[in-house]
Design a protein around this ligand. Structure first.
Ligand SMILES: Cc1ncc(COP(=O)(O)O)c(C=O)c1O
Length: 442
């Protein structure tokens, strides 16, 4: 209420975003809807506090309550992921990953991670990221069939003797082979960091194997499948402490005072709430339904002639290869789906024949749709609409020449706006959304 009267301009934007979230189907795999309890903790008075340091060791007074909040989040993380140490202060996933480098490497050390166009994350050593600038990045790739090229991982690790190896990705649809990475890192003496940002909720819900018995360090965002606020955690495993008894201290010091100042206590509180939710049996059912939905969506898409990287999925995510589809570029399907209220993102595919900005695939995920209660029948509907949208835009090709490309994109966008067929699908999507209210949004 305060916002509506005090700042109508901002309030109007919030209303628009609320409508967008309510009236469209969110299929971006890194997005989700938090519970009203998480939202309440996030939008709370805890944002008023400064608490540099760690519980019991703060640089500011008045932290007795904040200490208890942070300890609660730490304890829940430790129980949920079976680790002896958890740092819940990273502002987000990228700074969490940077802290891992800062704790384990010197500038110039060799590190390995999954190549970005092969599904890895920027912070796993991509050239434009700080992690690819300050460290010597030797990326590994996926094979043409979409699976991690383990022969290459072994070869590169033996040749370059990295200090740190990442396992984890932002666009990978198969189970992560944590045990195999442990073999490699053990042999070459590297730290093994598992970045479970995407799959943390699946691990917590028991539908993806945990890296805890294998990795030394685990990083995760808290806002994807884990369904918490935007934030992150770094955990150190028993194996990590066995390799380096000071690893937990090194991680803590890398976060504060190494990279950050005061923690965001309102976020810490909301992380505690989300972790509490993830400990409940219902969360396991939600996680299982995410995977069931992804499989159902994948199956229905393949029945409609779409090509999936690796031919399916083990997790919450699907990668659609559009090269055999006569569309060629993800941008067309992404924008046309946006017009009908289905949100996806364009993405590179293994051996990407185009560019990272105009890649040849789209990435889909089921966490958000699952949170609002959609199940297999709705996935089949979504696949049907996606096939109809594809028919509507078939024939558009993106020229390499810049001017010609801009002309084609202009014509394409005008075509989308004018399409009666897309308008009709938009109404059908809206009707589906009305049956599945979004928690905290309506
Ligand atoms: C695997 C992985 N790690 C780290 C991150 C970074 O998280 P953030 O966007 O919160 O910095 C992401 C986000 O997409 C991710 O997918």
């Amino acid at each position: 209420m305060a916002l509506a009267t005090q700042d109508p301009e901002l309030h109007t934007l919030m209303v628009r975003e609320r409508e967008r979230q309510r009236d469209g189907v969110e299929l971006i795999p890194s997005e989700n809807y938090t519970s009203p309890a998480v939202l309440e903790a996030m939008g709370s008075i805890l944002t008023n506090k400064y608490s540099e340091g760690y519980p019991g060791r703060r640089y500011y007074g008045g932290n007795e309550v904040v200490d208890a909040v942070e300890r609660l989040a730490q304890e829940r993380a430790k129980v949920l992921f079976g680790v002896p140490h958890a740092n819940v202060q990273p502002y987000s996933g990228s700074p969490a990953n940077l802290a891992v480098y800062f704790a384990t490497c010197q500038a110039g050390d060799v590190i390995m991670g999954q190549n970005l166009p092969d599904g890895g994350h920027l912070t796993h050593g991509w050239k434009v990221s700080a992690t690819g600038t300050f460290y010597k990045s030797v990326p590994y790739h996926v094979r043409p069939d979409g699976y991690i090229d383990f022969d290459e991982v072994w070869r590169l690790a033996r040749e370059h003797r990295p200090r740190l190896i990442w396992c984890g990705a932002t666009a990978y649809v198969r189970e992560f082979p944590f045990a195999r990475f442990a073999e490699v890192t053990d042999e070459v003496g590297a730290y093994f960091a598992a970045d479970i940002a995407h799959i943390a909720g699946l691990i917590a819900g028991g539908v993806h194997p945990s890296p805890t018995p294998h990795a030394h360090i685990i990083t995760t965002t808290t806002h994807k499948t884990l369904r918490g606020p935007r934030g992150a955690m770094i955990m150190v495993t028993e194996r990590g402490l066995a390799k380096d008894p000071e690893l937990a201290d090194k991680i803590d010091r890398a976060i504060f005072p190494g990279l950050q100042g005061g923690p965001h206590d309102h976020t810490t509180a909301a992380i505690a709430v989300a972790l509490g939710e993830a400990m409940k049996p219902e969360f396991g059912a939600y996680a299982a339904q995410i995977v069931a939905n992804a499989r159902a969506l994948g199956q229905a898409l393949m029945e409609r002639g779409f090509t999936l990287v690796t031919g399916g999925t083990d997790n919450h995510m699907l990668l659609v290869d559009l090269t055999p589809d006569g569309i060629g570029r993800g941008v067309f399907l992404q924008e046309a789906l946006d017009a009908v209220g289905i949100t996806v993102n364009k993405n590179t595919i293994p051996g990407e024949p185009s560019s990272a900005f105009y890649p040849s695939g789209i990435r889909l995920g089921t966490p958000a749709a699952t949170t609002r209660g959609m199940r297999e029948p709705e996935m089949v509907h979504l696949a049907g609409w996606m096939a109809q949208v594809r028919e509507e835009i078939r024939g558009f090709q993106l020229p390499d020449d810049r001017e010609a490309r801009n002309r084609v994109l202009r014509e394409f966008r005008a075509g989308i706006v004018g399409s009666q067929r897309l308008k009709a699908i938009r109404e059908e999507v809206r009707a589906l959304c009305r049956r599945f209210p979004v928690p905290g949004v309506g």
